[in-house]
Ligand binder design. Structure first.
Ligand code: 5GP
Ligand code: ZN
Length: 115
């Protein structure tokens, strides 16, 4: 846990959030500034600053996270229409919180390429 990390503080319950899923490895909560009708952020409990800092020890957690994302998409009713799972890494990609996270976005048509 990093005291100055917003997402670690959400995991600890210091910052309230609307949870979509929680287990021993990952936590998922609704984004405070949604970019689609469904916008859920999924994070590993373990603090890792970005995709660029992942090590092989995290492979299981990240694999689990991706599968949980697919399950949340089914639960939220967006699996049939389609959805996007996005991870921003670094400043050019727009990463604003330095704790690895994936955005699950759905409920509207998505454009490609992304902005
Ligand atoms: P990034 O820009 O790093 O890819 O994504 C960070 C996301 O975290 C943003 O979409 C932002 O709206 C969301 N976020 C930042 N602070 C909070 C918060 O305190 N609560 C919730 N639920 N989402 C947050
Ligand atoms: Zn953190």
């Amino acid at each position: 846990m990093s005291q100055d990390c917003i997402f670690c503080r959400i995991i600890a319950g210091d910052i309230p959030s609307k949870k979509a899923h929680e287990d021993e490895v990952v936590v998922a909560f609704h984004d405070i500034n949604p970019q689609a009708p469904t916008h859920i952020v999924i994070i590993p409990r373990k603090h890792v600053s970005s995709l660029d800092a992942l090590v092989p020890e995290e492979d299981g957690a990240i694999g689990h996270l991706v599968r949980v994302a697919a399950q949340i998409a089914r639960n939220e009713g967006i699996a049939g229409s389609g959805y996007r799972l996005v991870a921003n890494c670094g400043s050019a990609a727009g990463q604003s919180v330095d704790h690895v996270h994936f955005h699950l976005l759905g409920g509207r048509a998505m454009r490609w390429p992304p902005g």
